[in-house]
Design a protein around this ligand. Structure first.
Ligand code: KIV
Ligand code: NA
Length: 275
């Protein structure tokens, strides 16, 4: 299994880092079998698994519950867990206690939190406490209310400069990697060149140190619309719905179950049944 420091070596040797989200036992097991380098238990679970329309309602309990299942499915993969909305903003003490629970109670290896400015001190505090931290810059979905929607970030020179500085600050605070979401590819390349820690892109072009996508998005599973930056490697939805439709039809028409799905008892025992 990889350690947080191995990702630095992967960047140095220009081996791309593959991160994928997982939220439960089967998805984690599949991700591990398929050879992803890092599993992210993203708070995107609020949207793709729990049906909320943002990541804001996701709680500590939700993250812990799902991460435990992920861990059972992927015992040999490095697992990063998202710190949910407001779980790292109140104080250093609260942040460490919350991150401690996310790691200790689940067996995950690192936490991820969004932003720079007000959370740089928290990244430093967690790192000092021995908890590896992954940053998250660019589009930070927990701040969707302030950002005014899910939009490309860092498009003008001022925002781009701030992003470069923020990445540097995350690195200095001790983050072992940064997820960079939804920024122009030229800017993402520049960020990746300016820090020694790996930049894992999502909607950030190819010139970064790795990529992350959401499990349900790449498989076309449950989700209806996906952002431009997603590549759908399959479209599971129609297959699932058709299969369930067949089941409904066959139960109604008594085509299911057949003899091969049924248990039988001997004639002799059957007559015994009636005395
Ligand atoms: O919650 C999530 O899945 C994420 C990734 C999209 C980076 O934060
Ligand atoms: Na997230």
């Amino acid at each position: 299994m990889k350690q947080s420091t191995d990702f630095l070596k992967m960047k140095e040797s220009k081996e791309k880092i593959v991160m994928l989200t997982a939220y439960d036992y089967p998805s984690a097991k599949q991700a591990e079998q398929a050879g992803v380098d890092v599993i992210l238990v993203g708070d995107s679970l609020g949207m793709v698994v729990l049906g909320y329309d943002s990541t804001v309602p996701v709680t500590m309990e939700d993250m812990i519950h799902h991460t435990k299942a992920v861990k059972r499915g992927a015992k040999n993969t490095f697992i990063v867990v998202d710190m949910p909305f407001l779980s790292y903003h109140l104080s250093g003490r609260d942040t460490i206690l919350n991150a401690g629970r996310l790691i200790q109670e689940t067996g995950a290896h690192a936490v991820k939190l969004e932003g720079a400015d007000e959370v740089i001190d928290q990244i430093a505090a967690l790192t000092k406490a021995g908890i590896p931290v992954c940053g998250h810059l660019g589009l930070t979905p927990q701040s969707v209310g302030v950002l005014g929607g899910y939009k490309v970030q860092g498009k003008d020179a001022k925002d781009a400069m701030k992003l470069l500085q923020d990445a540097k600050k995350c690195e200095e605070a001790g983050a072992f990697a940064i997820v960079l979401e939804c920024v122009p590819k030229q800017l993402a390349e520049e960020v990746a060149k300016n820090v020694t820690i790996p930049i894992i892109g999502i909607g950030a072009g190819v010139d970064v140190d790795g990529q992350v996508l959401v499990y349900h998005d790449i498989l076309g599973y449950g989700v209806e619309r996906v952002p431009k930056f997603v590549k759908q490697y399959y479209s599971l939805n129609p297959f699932i719905i058709e299969s369930i439709q067949s089941y409904v039809k066959e139960v109604k028409s008594e085509q299911f179950p057949e003899d091969k799905h049924s248990y039988t008892m001997k004639e002799r025992e059957l007559s015994g049944l009636y005395g």
